[in-house]
Design a protein around this ligand. Structure first.
Ligand code: FPP
Length: 566
């Protein structure tokens, strides 16, 4: 065990308690996480930052009205209408036209039921199917039977229809249990799109790459919009009004997001976590990026702030149990402190935990004060309960690790589905929201319903597939992979393949739970779904949260640093 000295400078609350306290600056580090990629970047405004002018806002609002008119004008042109809705959604501006798009899709759904569109080609059928499924309509996947040959395979003649294959590929990710035709469609389109890719030119080649690498259902919206705006501007059939609106709106939203990340980064610096807790992942910007993909619209500003602070504090908590290498007694003491949620215990805690505990209590008190003004402070008890639960489960994992205990797969999963944090984060995602998040919605989320269990499966299995090696090297509780291999035999690769199938199955549950009639409004259900989408992207090939110096850094730059030239 090595001892490392932190820098020890502090301007955080209660700083006087720690200043000069040499013991406090000592962290036991064994994980060697890289330092913050961003430092003070988001605290100090850059000359390239865009300051939204009244003219820009005026222009955006004029363009928005134009797009609204367009949506009205395409009503009697079915293909144009779905192409326009698709472009609006991909370009990231659909939140401005929620009612218009919902009305259009309801009308299209009713017409679809009357069999009005039976004679259409692959692109039209697949795009309409996806738009309707995305909206929660349980349309039948039998619409794809006509694209199969007499022996039941998709017709090889479709291989040359790249736009059609692309739309079918995106649609196939909305598969639910028992829909073999969509699983086959996924394999068929994947194979032919990969084969076609080397011979395609941009923008089609970029669209194919995107569909293969980051399919819409399993990808994150701000990032996709950023990519899609660049692709769309190369399209011959682009709509320039829509394109200009999308660029302006992206930049306007980005400047709001920059303001938020500035405030959150100042909170992070105020507590001086990076310096005082040298064993943690110093990732507040990555945490904001994570939460931005749970909700990015202006009305969720408070919800984003609350959620980002909570995920950052959870990240530290995870590191206290996993990477700090505290003794079991220390971890038990801290778990008990969290259960009691009582400031007076603070002095009994080791210094590392003291800082985290004070920051957690302080943040939650402030959320409570804010919510009390709207008579929503009851939400805080759900939040506290979720933190209490996760800390108890982190402790179980720490005990297993210290004892060298290997649980059964079932035992492991009953703990790991909680420690993956997605039940906690779903509950927290509701805390800062408006009236849609009712008490019943909190009760539902805390009962670990099928949807939250499924997003937790996606999280846990993806995390274990990608970070297994790294974590075993630094010393970590056994992962689902070892536990599963011990029980079922098979090689590491075979187990990973099995886990990928289990992830695909969990997505079928997610897709099913999002079909109407849903347990709660989509405005709530989409939060855990978006959390699953973040994992699919951040943990696709490796753990790009813990190691955020490459792809995540680039992606954050695209979404949060550089405005789009208009
Ligand atoms: C991937 C995941 C669990 C995300 C949950 C959301 C969440 C709470 C994110 C905060 C950062 C975090 C704990 C990442 C996982 O670390 P890790 O890979 O060390 O988690 P583990 O210790 O549970 O394996």
């Amino acid at each position: 065990m090595s001892l490392v000295l932190g820098s020890g400078h502090s301007d955080g609350p209660n700083a006087s308690k720690f200043q000069g306290d040499e013991k406090f600056k000592v962290g036991r580090k064994n994980a060697n996480f890289h330092p913050s990629v961003w430092g003070n970047h988001f605290i100090t405004p850059s000359p390239d930052d865009l300051n939204p002018s009244p003219q820009m806002e005026q222009r955006a609002s004029e363009l928005k009205e134009e797009v609204k008119k367009m949506l009205g004008n395409v009503k009697s042109h079915p293909l144009q209408e779905i192409n326009l809705i698709d472009a609006i959604q991909r370009l990231g501006v659909a939140y401005h036209f929620e009612k218009e798009v919902a009305d259009a899709l309801l009308r299209i759904y009713n017409e679809d039921k009357q069999g009005k569109y039976e004679s259409e080609g692959l692109h039209t059928v697949a795009l309409r199917f996806r738009l309707l499924r995305q909206e929660g309509y349980c349309v039948s996947s039998n619409v794809f039977i006509k694209f199969k040959d007499e022996v039941g395979n998709f017709k090889e003649t479709l291989a040359g229809d790249i736009r059609g294959l692309l739309s079918l590929c995106e649609a196939s990710h909305f598969v639910i249990h028992g829909e073999d035709i969509l699983d086959e469609a996924n394999a068929f389109t994947g194979k032919h799109l990969k084969l076609a890719l080397p011979n395609l030119n941009s923008p089609l080649s970029s669209l194919v790459q995107l569909a293969l690498e980051l399919p819409l259902r399993k990808s994150i919206e701000r990032l996709l919009s950023r990519y899609y705006i660049s692709i769309y501007q190369e399209e011959d059939k682009r709509n320039d009004i829509l394109l200009e609106f999308a660029k302006l709106d992206f930049n306007l939203l980005q400047s709001l997001h920059k303001e938020e990340i500035r405030e959150i980064s100042m909170w992070w610096r105020h507590w001086d976590f990076g310096a005082k807790l040298p064993f943690i992942r110093d990732r507040v910007v990555e945490c904001y990026f994570w939460i931005l993909e749970v909700y990015s619209e202006p009305q969720y500003s408070r919800a984003r702030r609350i959620m980002t602070k909570c995920i950052s504090l959870t990240s530290i908590l995870d590191d206290i149990y996993d990477a700090y290498d505290g003794t079991l007694e220390e971890l038990e003491l801290y778990t008990n402190a969290i259960q009691r949620w009582d400031r007076s215990i603070v002095e009994q805690l080791p210094d590392v935990m003291k800082l985290h505990f004070l920051a957690l209590l302080d943040a939650v008190d402030k959320f409570e004060e804010e919510l009390a003004l709207e008579e929503k402070s009851y939400r805080i008890s759900f939040l506290k309960e979720a933190f209490k639960e996760i800390s108890k489960y982190y402790l179980i994992e720490a005990r297993w690790f210290k004892a060298g205990y290997v649980p059964t797969y079932e035992e492991y999963m009953s703990v790991a589905l909680v420690t993956c944090g997605y039940k906690l984060l779903t509950l927290i995602s509701f805390v800062g929201m408006g009236d849609t998040a009712t008490k019943e919605a909190f009760e539902w989320a805390r009962s670990m319903p099928k949807l939250i269990k499924a997003v937790s499966m996606v999280n846990r299995l993806r995390d274990d597939i990608t970070s297994n090696k790294m974590e075993q090297e630094r010393g970590h509780v056994v992962s689902s992979i070892e536990v599963y291999m011990k029980e079922h035999g098979g090689t590491y690769e075979e187990t990973c393949t099995k886990f990928r199938e289990m992830v695909a199955d969990a997505w079928k549950d997610i897709n099913e739970e999002c079909l109407k009639p849903t347990a709660f409004p989509m405005a709530l259900l989409i939060r855990p779904v978006n959390l699953a989408r973040v994992i699919e992207v951040l943990y696709q090939h490796r753990d790009e949260y813990t190691e955020s110096t490459h792809q995540t850094k680039e992606r954050i730059s695209l979404v949060l640093v550089n405005p789009i030239p208009v």
